[in-house]
Structures are given as C-alpha cells and as structure tokens.
Design a protein around this ligand. Structure first.
Ligand code: CP
Length: 314
C-alpha cells in the first residue's frame, strides 16, 4: 500500500502484520531509550484541519521516536484562512518534498482526494464521518492484548454510530477479523442500512450488551449533527450511558473502551472509565503511539522501495 486511507482497503493479513509490528513498538516505547532511526532522513508533515489531542500528539511522538523530521502545520494560522483550497495547500506542501503526510479533515473523502495529488505517503487521521483507520488499528491492538486474540469476540459499539468514523473503521476491521459486532444506540443515531455490514442493531443496552466481551463507548458528535436531532444529555445518559448497572449485562470480564475525548456523565460514568479492572482507555492511548509508528514504518518501507524501482527504471 502507498497510503493508509482506511480499513476498507486492508486485507486481514495486512492488519495482522501491522499489529505484529506495533507490538515491537509497544516494547520500544516502554524501554529506557525510545529511539529508532527507521524514518531518518524523511520529512513528516501533520495537517490537522480539525481539533485533536490524542491523534495529533501520538503521530508527532511516533515520528520523532522514529527519527523523522516532523512539522506540525498550524492549519488555523495557515493560508487556508485567506481562501486557499485544500488541494492548493497540499500542492504547495508537496513542492517541499515531504515523505509522509498525516491529515485530519472535517469532510469525508477529503484525505483520499488529497492523496491523489501528492507524492508523499498519506495517512488518514480521520476524515468526516468516513474513516479513522489508525484508531481502529489501535483499538484492535488493545483488544488483542487484553483478550489474547482478535477473532470470535462479541464487541458492542454503543452510542452515536451515525456520525462516527471510529465506529465505521471498527465495524470494518472487526468484521474482517471474524468478530461479532453489535451496535447499540438510539435509532436516530444509527445509519440506515447498517445491517448490510454484517452487524446486529439494538436500541436497548440490556439486549445489546448481553454476553459482550468488549464494550466500546462513543461520544455524541454534536459537531457533525447539522442541527438535526440532539438528545438531552440527561435522557441520553439514562438510556445509553454506561454505568455499573448496565455494564453488568456484559460478560463479567468484559473490557470497557472509549476512543476519547470522553464526556463523563453523558455516554459513560466516570467511575467506570477510571476502573483499572475494566477500563482499557489509557491502554488505547498507549497503543496509539505504537500503531502510528508501525504504520509510518511500513509506508516508509513501501515508499523507499517504490523510489528504488523508479531509480532502477530511469
Ligand atoms: N480518538 C481521537 O481521534 O481523539 P482526538 O480527536 O483527540 O485525536
């Protein structure tokens, strides 16, 4: 693969390879010296057109630990503000010979479009409600560590599925790895025809969580609701917020996940989020750095091999 634009185009074997390599980076990140030089000589530009804490910080740390020259574009202070388009911005940066472009954009499909215009390898850091591939990969790695496998598990994804690129990428990845995916949420926040993805749909937490090995909570993504249905937080928490009573419907050893950012008291009770016996939310953040290191390592190998071939053909 030249780019990492989504889970949709990945083969299960490619997912396993990426997760195996990520494990080596988990070990490196826990070592006294966290440095490697696999990206030495390469330039990584992070372009975040939408707010981020975890994804931006972990891509930056990942690039630095692998020895890349890393630049974070301050998109809010860029010439986008003067009317420059996404494509002209991409072409301008492309002329500076970056090797890796990490892009987050509020519009679905914007990152794929940008990838067609540049020479660098492009990593999708989240585009609209379309995909967030590195989030699904770090979730998969977290599950594999906690459960010892990534197949034949029952995974409940709860909340605002309709506006969630995290849900979409996870549904694709977990399906490819032969897991059972159960979606729980209000019908107004459930995409139409989602059953075509091979998932089961529930609007009741007791039914949906029954026998789940993994409970993945999502926040209400109000920034993508276009003024449509916005439930009251109190009512939402009452019906769909994960508390001890609702978690008891899942398996006794079910793990609790959340991609962040969390809204405590809306989709999840704070004591559940902080319960180190059940919650793997901080593990997800740790895995995020390792997965992004692995993704950039693999894409850089492909990039270098393609450039070698071009040189040989010239
Ligand atoms: N999960 C996630 O994408 O978090 P950020 O928006 O903080 O990057």
């Amino acid at each position: 693969q030249k780019h990492l634009l989504g889970i949709e185009g990945l083969h299960p074997e490619e997912i396993r390879t990426l997760l195996d390599l990520s494990e080596t980076y988990v070990d490196l990140n826990r070592a006294a010296s966290k440095h490697s030089d696999v990206l030495a000589g390469l330039t990584q530009i992070n372009m975040f057109f939408e707010a981020s804490t975890r994804t931006q910080a972990s891509f930056e740390i990942a690039g630095m630990r692998l020895g890349a020259d890393v630049m974070n574009m301050a998109m809010q202070a860029s010439s986008i503000k003067k009317g420059e388009t996404l494509i002209d911005t991409a072409l301008t940066l492309n002329a500076m010979h970056p090797d890796l472009l990490v892009v987050r954009h509020p519009h679905s499909g914007a990152v794929n479009l940008l990838a067609e215009k540049v020479n660098a390898a492009v990593l999708n850091a989240g585009d609209g409600r379309h995909e967030h591939p590195t989030q699904a990969l770090l979730d998969a790695l977290t599950i594999r560590y906690a459960k010892g496998r990534l197949h034949r598990l029952s995974v409940a994804i709860c909340g605002d599925i309709a506006h969630s690129r995290v849900a979409r990428s996870n549904i694709l990845l977990l399906g490819k790895m032969e897991n059972r995916v159960r979606l729980i949420g209000p019908p107004t926040l459930m995409p139409s025809k989602i059953e075509e993805f091979g998932v089961e749909v529930f609007d009741d937490m007791e039914e949906g969580l029954r026998d789940a090995d993994v409970v993945m909570m999502l926040r209400l993504q109000r920034e993508r609701m276009d003024g449509g249905f916005i439930p009251s937080e109190r009512e939402y928490y009452h019906r769909y917020g994960l508390d001890a009573e609702k978690l008891a419907f899942a398996k006794p050893d079910a793990i609790v996940m959340h991609p962040g950012p969390m809204n405590r008291g809306v989709e999840i009770d704070g004591t559940i989020a902080d319960d180190i016996n059940r919650s793997v939310i901080q593990d997800q953040v740790e895995m995020g750095v390792a997965v992004r290191m692995a993704a950039m390592d693999l894409l850089a190998r492909n990039l270098r091999a393609a450039r070698e071939r071009e040189r040989a053909d010239a």
